[in-house]
Design a protein around this ligand. Structure first.
Ligand code: PGA
Length: 254
């Protein structure tokens, strides 16, 4: 049975005080849900204070990005090795990095290698834009993103990969994909991993849905057979909303 994973990507939000208050509020609300893997992904500078605020719980810390190299003259970059001191997950290929910052599939593949080399787990984000979906190219785009990031890796590597299917048109818009559409694409992602690796690897892979997940739609999304969790942006900044999403995940297994 795949363990649900609910991760909150705080993006470039929160002051230091807001971050520690949020972490403290989440500690009260979600530390009891050990049946669900819970991950808080604050901006880099708040990783340590958030870690301190949740110390003694089994809530994980993640990072939103990393660089490809372990160390060196790369001003402003942060390596997966450095992050591995505190983070058990690193997001790679978020749509804002693909589309706002301009990261390519090749760069994202190198970052996946960096995370696997350094030790944390990868949350690999994939998803099509509205234009691509309307042109009937959603599956082709997602297939290229998955294959370029994962082809040629070992089955053991795949143990440390979570894939987040996040249609770009649903991110931050308040309009999530329908549960049926989200299920169809998450099942498609799993089928790609089946083709690339094996039925066993595909069956063990955790696939999250992301894009306007909130307390009011999480139960329907998380009850789909191929959706094993949520990558949450906006709603992860509200402790009550995030806790509601964790509860929806827990309700699936209890
Ligand atoms: P959202 O963001 O929940 O605000 O739509 C999701 C994400 O970017 O991972």
């Amino acid at each position: 049975m795949r363990r649900y994973i609910v991760a909150g990507n705080w993006k470039m939000h929160t002051t230091l005080t807001e971050a520690t208050d949020l972490a403290t509020g989440l500690r009260e609300r979600i530390s009891g849900y050990s049946d669900i893997e819970r991950v808080l992904i604050p901006p880099y500078p708040w990783i340590l204070p958030v870690r301190d605020a949740i110390a003694g719980t089994d809530i994980h810390i993640g990072a939103q990005n990393c660089y490809t190299e372990p160390s060196g003259a790369f001003t402003g970059e942060v390596s997966a090795e450095m992050l591995s001191a505190h983070c058990s997950y690193i997001i790679v290929g978020h749509s804002e990095r693909r589309h706002t910052i301009g990261e390519t599939n090749d760069l994202i593949a190198s970052k996946v290698s960096a995370v696997l080399r350094a030790g944390p787990r990868v949350i690999l984000c994939v998803g099509e834009t509205l234009e691509e979906r309307e042109a009937g190219r959603a599956e082709r785009v997602v297939s290229e993103q998955v294959k370029s990031a994962l082809a040629g890796r070992s089955e053991q590597d795949l143990d440390r990969v979570v894939i987040a299917y996040e249609p770009v048109w649903a991110i931050g818009t308040g309009v999530a994909a329908s549960a049926a559409d989200a299920q169809e694409m998450c099942a498609f992602v799993r089928s790609l991993v089946d083709d690339l690796f094996s039925n066993y690897v595909a069956g063990s892979l955790r696939v999250q849905y992301g894009g306007s997940v909130k307390g009011s739609n999480s139960e329907e999304l998380l009850s789909q057979p191929d959706i094993d969790g949520a990558l949450v942006g906006g709603a992860s900044l509200d402790a009550d909303e995030f806790a509601a999403i964790v509860r929806s995940a827990s309700a699936q297994v209890n």
